[in-house]
Write a protein that binds this ligand. Structure first.
Ligand code: PEP
Ligand code: MG
Length: 320
């Protein structure tokens, strides 16, 4: 059984009816990147940069960040790498003193892109390091916790300025570095028609999207099984985001834990998803699950999924 799974490393991720599905890796360490490469991931769909900033007292400077990002790009040998800008705050604390202490409501506080933009030079230094790494292979930039178009416009303006600065300084950087937004704040999902023109690609962060849509803390065990993607509101929002992204020709992935659970694969495929980003640990299991599914059959059953009224209804759909 493990041997059979192992053999799938060199197989494509293709549905029974012949549709190619892209599996990207979530990574935050060298080991993750090496494993992603060995398992035949299409690229890195989410490189979490927080680990560079956690467990230490001083900030990593531009050169240290550059070397880390460059190594990810080199490690993936030409497959695309998606670097997420810093997502500190809320459940992701730090010792550098960057994140605010004692916020009354940290999940709704200064986290993600809000924190990056609030600290002088923080985002600019990170974008310089990322763009310098773009000279070594295909790379994209992903912004966490976006809630408004203005934030994407501000990041784009800074990205363009940094690119111009680096070229003037003689660095060789990629001609074009796509800029994407995490869709994990409900407002970004619901205002997507107004917002999508400002981005090149999207990645749906279901961990936070579920938390904010359902007003259920992702880390509060007292809430029991209330924290679940199996809620009609969650499915509807995911479906709408995928549909609009596809209509506008923008790549869209799901990069929350949900994408890494093979049990949810039929559901996400039915909702139109063709790009998954997940920790390498379950990549082969997901590949095996997808290779046993017919996309055409699932899409025919999508209306029934969207008619489900509650968790039991969604679970029944999954069982059928
Ligand atoms: C998410 O919110 O789904 C996500 C992928 O980001 P993180 O878990 O790092 O918040
Ligand atoms: Mg998140």
């Amino acid at each position: 059984e493990r041997k059979q799974l192992h053999r799938l490393r060199r197989e494509p991720t293709i549905t029974l009816d012949g549709v190619d599905i892209k599996l990207y890796a979530n990574a935050e360490s060298r080991e993750d990147v090496a494993e992603a490469h060995a398992l035949g991931a299409a690229g890195v769909g989410l490189y979490r940069t927080e680990f560079l900033f956690l467990q230490r007292h001083e900030l990593p400077d531009e050169d240290e960040q550059f070397r880390a990002y460059r190594d990810v790009v080199l490690g993936m040998t030409g497959r695309v790498v998606t670097i997420r800008t810093l997502d500190l705050g809320a459940d992701k604390a730090d010792k550098t003193g960057l994140a605010l202490r004692d916020e009354p409501n940290p999940a709704l506080g200064v986290r993600g892109v809000r924190l990056s933009m609030a600290r002088d030079g923080l985002l600019e230094t990170q974008l310089r390091a990322i763009l310098r790494a773009s000279g070594y292979g295909p790379l994209r930039v992903l912004v966490p916790m976006v809630s408004a178009t203005e934030e994407m416009r501000a990041v784009r303006t800074l990205l363009d300025k940094v690119a111009a600065d680096l070229r003037r300084e003689g660095h060789e950087i990629a001609e074009r570095v796509p800029l994407g937004a995490m869709i994990e704040v409900p407002a970004a999902a619901l205002a997507l028609p107004a917002f999508i023109g400002a981005v090149d690609f999207l990645s749906i962060g279901t961990n936070d999207l579920v938390q904010y849509l359902l007003a259920v803390d992702r880390n509060n065990e007292a809430l029991g099984d209330m924290y679940t993607p199996l809620h009609p509101a969650v499915l509807r929002v995911i479906r709408d985001v995928i549909k609009l992204a596809k209509a506008r020709g923008k790549p869209v992935a799901v990069c929350g834990e949900m994408a890494g659970d093979p049990a949810f694969a039929p559901l996400l495929l039915a909702l139109g998803l063709e790009e998954f980003s997940l920790h390498p640990a379950t990549l082969l299991e997901l590949r095996r699950a997808i290779r046993g599914l017919s996309l055409e059959r699932l899409r025919k059953r999508a209306p029934a999924l969207l008619r489900a009224r509650d968790r039991a209804g969604i679970e029944a759909w999954l069982r059928a």
